[in-house]
Design a protein around this ligand. Structure first.
Ligand SMILES: Nc1nc2c(c(=O)[nH]1)N[C@H]1C(S)=C(S)[C@@H](COP(=O)(O)OP(=O)(O)OC[C@H]3O[C@@H](n4cnc5c(=O)[nH]c(N)nc54)[C@H](O)[C@@H]3O)O[C@H]1N2
Ligand SMILES: Nc1nc2c(c(=O)[nH]1)N[C@H]1C(S)=C(S)[C@@H](COP(=O)(O)OP(=O)(O)OC[C@H]3O[C@@H](n4cnc5c(=O)[nH]c(N)nc54)[C@H](O)[C@@H]3O)O[C@H]1N2
Ligand SMILES: [Mo]
Length: 780
């Protein structure tokens, strides 16, 4: 029997490439939002729901972790992509047991990810029994008994791994980590391992907290904002409004990105209706250019760039001693200053310009902006974190900021912009394979048990352990483990070797189709839905990218009467697995989430009077560097660190490829087939290349090529990508996640954070045979 395909079907027909537009958002975004609302959710139901997005009495938008204003929220506190995320969950389409008896797992695997997502909400628990071709219904209690039996059959608790995706609420995450530790393992991998783990590690080592140090208010006070390796126009659209008002106030914005991304290069705020009607030019698509300076760095060239930037500061300090560096701050609060200066003096400019792909003049203009700014914020996302030297690169940013005292002062600081709406909160709640001893001590004291002390497995190590047969059960709280992780075929094999794979999900995805011997789909409530428990209607809480705790309450009737909330599901699972030996009254906690929050308050610092405070409004978690320039590193000081850029020599014909998101997806959820800000329509298998590279390689726009990745002598192939000329540095290429994940080698990871290097894959291209024929046919 042929195994279900781990990769989506290859669809390149009908893909169209056009000139990218000049501005992001604007009227088109409004039109899109209205169309999606009425199609997916019903116009009235949808419009009512959208008025609840990010409101104090509403629910927290699922689409990203950008914060909402503390006060004075807009009536419409959402963006086009937020609408898509809400619609994806609040869709009126449903998947029933009939659907699963109609389609075999292999047939479903032959469908595209876009098709799978469009089938609607999962409505009842389903099981795929050993050898079965189709999923069949299963009662909740039986599903929990089945998981318990598989877990009890393991030689050790460490032979199971428990994944979390970052949409999970604080309450569910806290219960889940407690259950996993009470079961006996720290195998708690999460999406953060593939996302901002590098930021957490880099910041933890240097400033003592793995989180950002700015609030929205700081954006109102900053003189310069650097946006590095981030595409806010698509992935954090509400951030553009923040940037726009900073810009109007006179702040200068620098974008460091191999691509001219629509949002940072030009932007029309759809919430600024006054402007849209007053200035006709805006409606035609001419927006505010947000970035004063765009530096098209080479992929992976950021550490070199920041070293160059700091060298410019050093040079200026030499000319005007005492005027550039904040010596008082450096003396009082930091360690390692002399070593940094000595190290960077030795770094040659030639190496910097070659590695960064930027000229000395370009770097000098960025330095000029930094020098004229009293307060600087640096924001970043996946363009920095998913590289081999990600941790070092982010620490170079910390060096840059510390030198001028730009941490712990109004208008200044580090701003890692998180992805999933509660990924930061999940970590605060203890979803972490390497918990601190202090956290485990508090957990032990509160719940009268001894949690395992040995560190557990992260995402990459879980995959390897499954592949090696050492981990036999995967339980996933949300997410799409197969498609989000690297090296798709390797991961698929790892999953197939498991005894059980069980996914708590709202929507069907490819992880339900590439399974262990037995598989379970456990459908749960989404954030938009009313959550009724024994103790009445419940709300949950989340932490955004700036450490603000918000409550979130759904208002829709659940998609089905059989759905469980995530906390209820964890509680019932824990009772079934742990039975008598359990330290906790699980069901009582899940009956009233105030009971969970009381426990959180006693275990996790910063949640004093949690239930009272969160009912009044959003509140900030304490943050040492931000609040009082307190750095809880071993020395009690913020630490300057030194790094050496690794030289990457590409062989002739090789390119460095980054895997990025389109404007029409949320991670592995594919809303549609367009990436309109980059001029791509009706297709996703596209490879962006510089036009001179296309010419030099004898390729042509629209032609199909096969991509081969190269790593330590291994090769991996992904066929049939359409060549798209783009404004990207020479030697660089870009494709979309998750189609290109098959090319990301499992062993290619960031030093210190073990994050897959999804933005640095060395590839070669070859005209695909079918592709050339298809292309000729089109042309003819
Ligand atoms: N609509 C929507 N919103 C989302 C998501 C989504 O999929 N859809 N995903 C959410 C999640 S989980 C996350 S983590 C965030 C992701 O948000 P982003 O990090 O903005 O997402 P990516 O598409 O991965 O974009 C990476 C950016 O980095 C640039 N880049 C790549 N390599 C380099 C490099 O070496 N140097 C520099 N300087 N730049 C580089 C790319 O050109 C691109 O602009 O968004 C969150 N929000
Ligand atoms: N090549 C490459 N790979 C990447 C990246 C990249 O840039 N390039 N980015 C990485 C990053 S930044 C991240 S964060 C990961 C994302 O990895 P994941 O978080 O694992 O993936 P998602 O696609 O966000 O998960 C989507 C699924 O979550 C489920 N879901 C949605 N809402 C809920 C809910 O409320 N509850 C529950 N239980 N389930 C829900 C749905 O079933 C949906 O199918 O991917 C990583 N992988
Ligand atoms: Mo992410």
């Amino acid at each position: 029997m042929k195994l279900p395909d781990a990769q989506p079907p290859i669809e390149t027909q009908g893909t169209e490439l056009k000139q990218p537009p000049h501005a992001a958002a604007g009227l088109r975004a409004l039109q899109k939002s209205v169309a999606i609302t009425s199609r997916e959710m019903g116009l009235v139901r949808g419009a009512k729901l959208l008025l609840k997005v990010n409101q104090v009495d509403g629910f927290d938008c699922q689409s990203c972790a950008w914060p909402s204003p503390d006060f004075d929220r807009h009536v419409a506190e959402f963006c086009e992509n937020g609408v898509k995320a809400v619609a994806d969950e609040a869709t009126t389409q449903k998947i029933t047991r009939e659907f699963f008896s109609e389609y075999s797992v292999a047939e479903l695997a032959a469908k595209s990810d876009h098709w799978l997502g469009k089938q609607g909400r999962l409505t009842e628990p389903m099981v795929l029994r050993p050898g079965a071709t189709h999923y069949a219904p299963i009662a909740w209690d039986e599903a929990f008994r089945l998981i318990a039996a598989e877990l009890r059959a393991l030689p050790s608790p460490d032979a199971a791994t428990f994944y979390t995706s970052g949409r999970t609420s604080n309450e569910a995450a806290f219960l889940y980590q407690l259950f996993v530790r009470a079961f006996g393992t720290n195998n708690l991998p999460d999406c953060s391992n593939m996302c901002h783990e590098s930021s957490g590690v880099a910041l933890g080592e240097t400033i003592g907290i793995g989180k950002g140090t700015v609030t929205l208010d700081d954006f109102e006070k900053a003189d310069a904002i650097f946006i590095v390796g981030q595409n806010p126009g698509t992935n954090h659209p509400r951030m553009l409004s923040t940037l726009q008002s900073a810009k109007r106030r006179g702040a200068r914005i620098v974008s460091i990105n191999p691509l001219p991304e629509a949002g940072t290069n030009a932007f029309v705020n759809p919430q600024d209706l006054k402007n849209l009607t007053r200035i006709p030019g805006v409606m035609l698509g001419r927006g505010t250019a947000l970035a004063d300076l765009w530096l098209p760095v080479r992929i992976g060239g950021d550490m070199a760039f920041f070293q160059g930037l700091i060298k410019e500061l050093i040079a200026r300090e030499e000319l005007h001693p005492g005027e550039v560096f904040d010596h008082v701050f450096i003396g009082e609060h930091t360690a390692g200053f002399e070593a940094l200066i000595a190290h960077l003096r030795r770094v040659a400019w030639d190496d910097i310009t070659r590695s960064s792909g930027l000229s000395r003049e370009q770097i000098r203009s960025a330095a000029e902006i930094a020098l004229q700014a009293k307060s600087v914020i640096v924001c970043w996302a996946m363009g920095l974190t998913q590289h081999k030297q990600a941790v070092g690169t982010i620490q170079e940013i910390v060096n840059f900021l510390l030198l001028r005292g730009n941490i712990g002062r109004p208008g200044a600081g580090v701003c890692p912009v998180r992805g999933h709406s509660n990924v930061q909160g999940d970590r605060t709640m203890g979803i972490f394979e390497r918990p601190s001893a202090a956290f485990l001590d508090r957990l032990a004291r509160e719940f009268w048990f001894s949690p395992p002390r040995e560190h557990g497995l992260d995402v990459v190590d879980s995959i390897k352990a499954m592949h090696a047969g050492n981990v036999r059960v995967l339980v996933a709280m949300g997410g799409n483990f197969l498609s989000a992780t690297p090296d798709t075929e390797f991961t698929a094999e790892a999953l197939r070797r498991c005894a059980l794979t069980a996914h708590v999900s709202t929507k069907l995805n490819r992880s339900h189709l590439i399974t262990g011997r037995t598989a379970l789909i456990l459908p749960c409530l989404g954030r938009t839905e009313i959550d009724r428990q024994a103790g009445g209607e419940q709300f949950i809480t989340v932490e955004d990218s700036m450490g603000i705790i918000n409550s979130s309450r759904g208002s829709l009737e659940p998609a089905s009467e059989f759905l469980l909330s995530e906390p209820a599901l964890v509680a019932r699972l824990a009772s079934a697995v742990l039975g008598e030996k359990s330290p906790v009254d699980w069901l009582a906690m899940a009956g009233d989430y105030d009971r969970i929050r009381e426990r959180i308050e006693r275990v996790i610092p910063g949640f004093e009077r949690f239930n009272d405070r969160v009912r009044i409004g959003p509140f900030y978690l304490p943050n040492g560097p931000r609040d009082s320039r307190t750095f809880t590193t071993p020395s009690g000081k913020a630490v300057f660190t030194t790094h050496t850029v690794e030289r990457h020599e590409l062989a002739p014909g090789q390119f460095v490829m980054m895997t990025i998101r389109t404007h029409d997806q949320f991670n592995t959820t594919i809303y549609g087939l367009d990436d309109r800000y980059r001029g791509v329509f009706n297709g996703r298998r596209v490879v962006f290349l510089n036009k001179d590279d296309i010419a030099a390689r004898g390729l042509m726009q629209g032609q199909l090529v096969d991509l081969t990745s190269h790593f330590r002598g291994e090769t991996r192939v992904a066929p049939s990508f359409m060549v798209a000329p783009y404004d990207i540095p020479r030697g660089c290429a870009a494709t979309y996640f998750p189609e290109a994940n098959v090319l990301v080698p499992i062993d290619s990871v960031a030093e210190g954070s073990n994050t897959p290097t999804s933005k640095y894959v060395v590839i070669t291209l070859a005209a695909s045979k079918d592709g050339v024929a298809a292309w000729n046919a089109r042309k003819g």
